[in-house]
Structure formats: C-alpha cells, structure tokens
Design a binder for this molecule. Sequence first.
Ligand code: HAM
Length: 440
Amino acid sequence: MTTQKNNTSAAKLQAVKGMNDILPKDMPYWQFFETTAQATLKQFCYENIRTPILEHTDVFVRGIGEVTDIVEKEMYTFIDQLNQESLTLRPEGTAACIRAVNEHHLIYDGAKKLWYQGPMFRHERPQRGRYRQFHQLGIEAIGFKNPDADAELIAFCASLFERLGILKNLRLEINSLGDSSHRQNHKVALLAYFNQHLDELDDDSKKRLSSNPLRILDSKNPDMQTLIENAPRLIDYVDGEAREHFTQFTNLLDALGIVYQLNPRLVRGLDYYNRTVFEWITSELGAQGTVCGGGRYDPLIAMMGGKDAPAVGLAMGIERILELVKQNQTIETPAVDIYIAYEAIAQNLAMQTAQFLRNIKELTQVYLHLNPKESQSFKAQFKKANQMQAKFVLILGEEEFKSNIFVLKNLLNGEQQTFKTREEVAAFVLNTKAVTTTIY
Ligand code: HAM
C-alpha cells in the first residue's frame, strides 16, 4: 500500500481538501435542520430509505447520463482490487435510490414517497458552498404521474424553509423540459443556432455540440452567457400533454400561494429530467446560491431496468441551507440542566444520583464532573458549571455527604435549596420549568 510521503512522518494529518469535519459547535445547526426536516417529512408521509455510499459505477453512468459534468469529471471512481469491479462513491442520491427501488420491487404494490439523507461526493473545485463531500436531503415520489406530486414537493420545501426561517431568503425558479419529442425539436433549433456561433463556443461546449447540446445551456462560462441568453428556449417547444402538465403544476402553486418565477434557461445538470424542473435559489451565498434542485424523471426507472413508472424528486444541499440559517439566527448548544459537583468521598453517591437523574427523560442534560480527586476543587467545578451555563449545580461535598442531604444551587438567581432525597431534587428542577425540552 502506498501512502503520501508526509503522512508517514509525524506531520499533522489533515482532512482531504473539500471534505469537512462537522464540529460540535456546528451541531446545534445540524440537529435543528434534522429534527425540523424529519418532523416535516413525517407530516407529508415520506418514508426513509438508506442506501450504501458505494455503488457500481454503472448506476450513476446510466442514471445521471454519460455526457454530464458529474459523470465526465466529478465522480470518485476506483476499481475494487478484489474482483475488478468499478465502484463509485455516490455523487447524488436519485440513481442509487432508484437502483434500490428496482432491486427490492418497492413499487410493485403502488406508488412510494421516499426520503434519504447523507454524504455525497463530487470531485469539484472546492470553494464557499461547494465541497467534495457534502450532504443532501433528498426526496423521491415514485409512481406519481400527475402534477400534484410535483406541487406537493414544492409545498414540502415551502413548509420546511419557513420553519428554518429562510423562506424569505429564497426564490423558486421553475421550467418545463417537455417530453423527448419536444427536446428533439428544440435540439435541432439549438444545433442550428450554436453552429451559427461556433467561434463563440468554448472547448467544452464545442465537444457537447455533437454529444449533448442542451448541456451547453448549463455552462457557467461568463463569456458565453449572452450567447446562451439568446438561444432558442426549450419551453417554447413544449406542447400537448406536457404543456398541460406544466400549466396544472403552476395552477396548483398559485392555489397554494407559492410564489415562483419561470426561468426558461433552467435545464438542470443531470440527464434524467423531463417535464417539470425547479430550483430554490438565494442571492445571499455568493456563487453557490442553489440550495435545492429537482424535477420529474419519468423515463429513469425503466432505463435502470425497472418497470415503467413516472417519478419526481428533489435534493437540497444541507451545508448551503445551514449557512443561510446561520445568517438569520444563532442556535446555541442547549445549556446543561444539572451539573453534579462532588468531592471524592461522595463519588458512589454522585454516580448513582447522575444515573437516577438521567433516567428521567425530561432532564435532557445532566453533567457529572469526572475526576474529583485530581485538583478539581469545588471552585474549579463551579467555574466549569458557569462556563457551561448550567442551570443548577447539585453539590455533594463531604459535608453534604455526611449529613445525608442534597444541596442544589440555582446558577441563574444564586438561590440555594436543601433536599433530603434525590426524588425531591428532580421534582424541584422539573417544577421550575427551566429544563431543556428540545434536543438539538
Ligand atoms: P443537484 O442539483 O446535483 O441535484 O444537487 C442538489 C443540491 O445539492 C444542489 O442544489 C446543492 O444545494 C447541493 N450540492 C450539489 N453539489 C454540491 C457541492 N459540491 N457542494 C455542496 N452542495 C452541493 C441532485 O443531486 C438530484 N439528485 C436531485 C433530485 C432528486 N432530482 C430528482 N430527485
């Protein structure tokens, strides 16, 4: 096995570039997101699915499309040395989810609404809001043909973003990619247009002219934006049932009072989409402002070997959402309810009392001072309790131990109370209603 030279010496080991540690100080935000998202998902009756982080490379090549940025340049792919299989760290969740749905025949008895959350991997150039390991919450509504499923996904986002306090910072952009015949007609027009402007195309786009001209519209190259702006619009080629589907979708959004903008340039970067596509975007995060994207992908399930079933889904980038949440509010680590400070003689009692208090589910945080023998004077213990913003300190010193009493000090108002039993201590703390009831 080969390791990097500086990793074999005593040099400090570092995380891979673009792959971040999530530290305890960030955890209140993650837990706020997760508890809020899970409560909202439950209300909308989505079921959780968890798929492996590694899949056969084909899952993504067939699922996402060969001529996409993700498959062409961004996948972490390697050959499993044991059996020479090509494996890939998942760059997104949809293809993996559909692989699992097909493998386990999950829609044999009807449509399913699924959600997942976890790390995804893309070999992109790291910058603010763009990482090589990032986290998505994804939802897939599988087996639903009509636009009410599309609208329900948007309604879910609106509820979740409102609860996270960021709906006001986001705009919803929508478009329709129509059906394959519409995209074919548009492609002819697009090819004619780009061929007339060959000298304005960058190298990437020239390559895509023959393989996948729609992807040229996805280009972020600033020099090509005017060219892209004036290109034929796919939405103008969408008619018949697909047009009707889009009209019903927008009618439902209107009925829900959800504000949106039609963006005819919105094509999304993955090949599996048809009909509805959408993105939730903010202008407050710099260049990486898309916090959520999705759309309909009716042909994908059959393309991946399953039965012919329509579907629509989305995924949101949790890091981007949390950055927006942080700009709006501070979420503190919840304070400790009871800090148990004790002297060595009372160690058994302190441990037993901590165990008793921790068995009361309403007391979410009971901190037991460890190591009272090693220079941990009461003064030092109180200092720590204050630093941790504990609400109460339960004092079990030699004196209290010998007199068989529990002394409880309220650090918020300085009042001190004496109790005979630990049950009385617990009842008093719970009665003050100062305990933390939410875990995040
Ligand atoms: P996507 O647009 O590739 O769609 O990714 C969804 C979201 O993931 C983006 O809007 C962004 O917030 C976040 N994201 C993507 N790449 C990065 C990155 N390198 N660093 C940080 N955040 C990132 C999908 O993945 C589709 N599977 C969505 C979907 C589900 N469509 C249908 N069902």
